[in-house]
Design a protein around this ligand. Structure first.
Ligand code: SIN
Length: 523
C-alpha cells in the first residue's frame, strides 16, 4: 500500500465555474470546502457566457410560461419535474446573486431583460451587457477568495474519484495526494472543446464525465451536443460566440445572396429555437458551398449595439469588423453538452455521495435541445440543491469547522503515464468528432468514429484516454438513437420517432440502454 498525503474536508467541489463557485459559497455555511480546479479560477466556460440567466423575474412573466418554453424547446425529452424545479427556484437564485453583490443591468423599473431564441418573452437577466458570465464569475470568485474556510487549489486535475464500497469518498489529484470529503460535487463543465470549432475554452474536454463513468456513475443523453448557430467565422479567429441576444434585439441572418433566409425555415425567423436555426444555417452552407452566412445589425441603432454588446463589438473590431456597419460572417460551432452524469432532482448521481452540477450533469431540464440561457440557471438551482442534499446526508450543521491536513495511508490505482502524444491525440479526436459526430450524423460516419476513437482510447492513458472515452460514448449514443430529435440530426433517420421519446443511459458495466424517465427517488 502506498503512503499518500491527504487533505480532509467536509465538501470537495471539483471545478470553479459558476456551479462550483456557487456550490462552494453555499457549502461553506455548513463546513470546510476544498475547491479544486484544473486551470485557474478565472479560466472557466461560465466566464465566457454572454447571453445571461433566464428567469421569470418580471411581473408580466411567470415560471409557468418559462416552463412551457423550456418544454417546447426540449422536443419531448425534458424531465418535467426537473423543469418545474428549475423555473420555480430560478428567481430566488437571481435574488441571491443580487444579495451577493452581482451587479445585474437594470432599468429604473427593475432588471433590464434580454430576449433569446425560443423564449416567448424577454426574461434574460444580464450583467455588463453581454459579459454576464465574466461579471458573475468575477464576483463569486472574489467572495471565494475572501473566505478562509474555502481552500482553493488551482492547476490541479483530478486523476480519479475515490470510492469505498460504492460510496464516493473524494478524489486523487496526484499518485501520492488525495482529497477526502464527506460529499464530492463534480462541477467540471462539458465536452464541446472535443470539436474543432467550439465556443468553449480549450479545457472543456469532458474529463469530469469520464471520472464519473470510471467511478461507476450512469451517464445519460450524451448524443445531444448543442451547436450554437452563430460563432464568428473568420479564418484567423477562434470560434468566438456572437450571442443569440443579438438576434433577440433584431439582428438578421443573411445568406451569400443577401436573402434573410430564416423565415423560409420557421415562422419565428431568427428567434426560432437554436436547433432549428443551426440546421437552417447548415442547409444554406451546403446550398451555397460556403463555410459561413452573415449576421446583420446594420438596421439597428449603433448606440444600442455598442452599449448592449460591448465585448462582442470590441472583439469584432479586433478582426476588422464593425458590428454596427459590416456584415459579420458566422457559422455553427459546438457549444453545449446537454447530456452528462445522470442525476436526480437533488443533483445526486447514481454513486452515493457523488453529486454533479452544471454542464457536467444531466438533470433532464434541457431535454433534446437546451433553451438559451437556461444553463447558468441550472448551475445555480442545482448547486443549491446539491449542497442541501449533501448536508442532509452527512448530517452537517451550519457551523463551519476547518479541518487540518493529515497524513494517512490509502490504496491508490496507478497514476497516469501518457503513452500517446497528447496534442496530436486531441487533434485527432477533434477531427473525428467534427467530421463524423457533428451537427448532422449518419450510421457509416458514426461507426467509423467509434472504431477510430476506440483505437485511440486503447493506446493512450491519463487525460487523453478520458477524452477519447467521452468522445466514443458520445458517438455510440448518437449511433444508438436512430431518429432526429432536437440537436441530434441523423441524415439517415430524418424524422422524430415517438418510440425514441426516452433517454439513452450508459454505464461501464452494462450494455447501453433506454429509460423512459431520468429521475429516480429524492433523498
Ligand atoms: C448566447 O448568448 O447566445 C449563449 C447563451 C446560451 O448558450 O445559453
Amino acid at each position: 500500500m502506498a503512503r499518500v498525503s491527504a487533505i480532509e474536508s467536509d465538501f470537495l467541489v471539483i471545478g470553479a465555474g459558476l456551479a462550483g463557485l456557487y456550490a462552494a459559497l453555499r457549502a461553506v455555511q455548513y463546513g470546510h470546502v476544498c475547491l479544486l480546479t484544473k486551470t485557474s479560477i478565472s479560466e472557466t466556460n461560465s466566464a465566457w457566457a454572454q447571453g445571461g440567466i433566464a428567469a421569470a423575474v418580471d411581473e408580466s412573466d411567470s415560471p409557468q410560461l418559462h416552463r412551457e418554453d423550456t418544454l417546447k424547446a426540449g422536443r419531448g425529452l425534458c424531465d418535467e419535474r426537473a423543469v418545474d424545479v428549475l423555473v420555480r427556484e430560478g428567481p430566488q437564485c437571481i435574488k441571491e446573486l443580487d444579495n451577493l453583490g452581482v451587479a445585474f443591468d437594470r432599468t429604473p423599473s427593475g432588471y433590464e431583460l434580454g430576449r433569446e431564441g425560443g423564449h416567448s418573452r424577454r426574461r434574460i437577466v444580464h450583467a455588463g451587457g453581454s459579459s454576464t458570465g465574466q461579471r458573475v464569475v468575477a464576483r463569486l470568485s472574489e467572495l471565494v477568495l475572501q473566505n478562509p474556510n474555502i481552500k482553493l487549489i488551482e492547476h490541479t486535475p483530478v486523476i480519479e474519484l475515490l470510492t469505498a464500497d460504492g460510496v464516493c469518498v473524494g478524489a486523487a489529484v496526484a499518485p501520492d495526494r488525495v482529497v477526502l470529503a464527506r460529499a464530492t460535487l463534480l462541477a467540471t463543465g462539458g465536452a464541446a472543446a472535443l470539436y474543432q470549432r467550439t465556443t468553449n475554452p480549450p479545457g472543456a474536454t469532458g474529463e469530469g464525465i469520464a471520472l464519473a463513468y470510471r467511478a461507476g456513475a450512469e451517464l445519460a443523453d450524451l448524443e445531444f451536443i448543442q451547436f450554437h448557430p452563430t460563432a464568428l467565422a473568420v479564418p484567423t479567429a477562434r470560434s468566438f460566440l456572437i450571442s443569440e441576444a443579438v438576434r433577440g434585439e433584431g439582428a438578421y441572418l443573411l445568406n451569400p445572396d443577401g436573402e434573410r433566409f430564416m423565415l423560409k425555415y420557421d415562422e419565428r425567423g431568427e428567434l426560432a429555437p437554436r436547433d432549428v436555426v443551426a440546421r437552417a444555417i447548415f442547409e444554406e452552407l451546403r446550398k451555397f458551398k460556403t463555410d459561413h452566412v452573415f449576421l446583420s445589425l446594420r438596421h439597428l441603432k449603433p448606440d444600442l449595439v455598442r452599449s448592449r454588446f460591448i465585448n462582442i463589438y470590441e472583439t469584432c473590431l479586433d478582426y476588422g469588423l464593425d458590428l454596427t456597419r459590416d456584415l459579420i460572417p458566422v457559422a455553427p460551432a459546438a457549444h453545449y453538452t446537454i447530456g452528462g452524469v445522470r442525476t436526480n432532482l437533488w443533483a445526486e448521481t447514481t454513486v452515493k455521495n457523488l453529486f454533479a452540477i452544471g454542464e457536467v450533469s444531466c438533470t433532464g431540464v434541457h431535454g433534446a435541445n437546451r433553451l438559451a440561457s437556461n444553463s447558468l440557471l441550472e448551475c445555480l438551482v442545482f448547486a443549491r440543491r446539491a449542497v442541501e442534499a449533501a448536508v442532509r446526508r452527512a448530517n452537517l450543521s451550519p457551523s463551519p469547522s476547518s479541518k487540518a491536513r493529515e497524513e494517512l495511508s490509502f490504496p491508490l490505482g496507478k497514476g497516469p503515464g501518457v503513452r500517446f502524444d497528447m496534442q496530436h491525440g486531441l487533434d485527432r479526436i477533434k477531427r473525428v468528432m467534427t467530421e463524423h459526430v457533428g451537427l448532422v450524423r449518419d450510421r457509416a460516419g458514426l461507426e467509423h468514429a467509434i472504431a477510430e476513437l476506440s483505437g485511440l482510447e486503447a493506446h493512450s492513458s491519463g487525460l487523453l484516454r478520458d477524452q477519447a472515452l467521452v468522445a466514443r460514448l458520445i458517438a455510440q449514443s448518437a449511433l444508438f438513437r436512430t431518429e432526429t430529435r432536437g440537436v441530434h440530426t441523423r441524415s439517415d433517420f430524418p424524422n422524430e420517432d415517438p418510440n425514441w421519446q426516452a433517454h439513452i443511459i450508459v454505464h461501464k458495466d452494462c450494455p447501453i440502454r433506454l429509460e423512459k424517465s431520468l429521475q429516480s427517488e429524492s433523498p
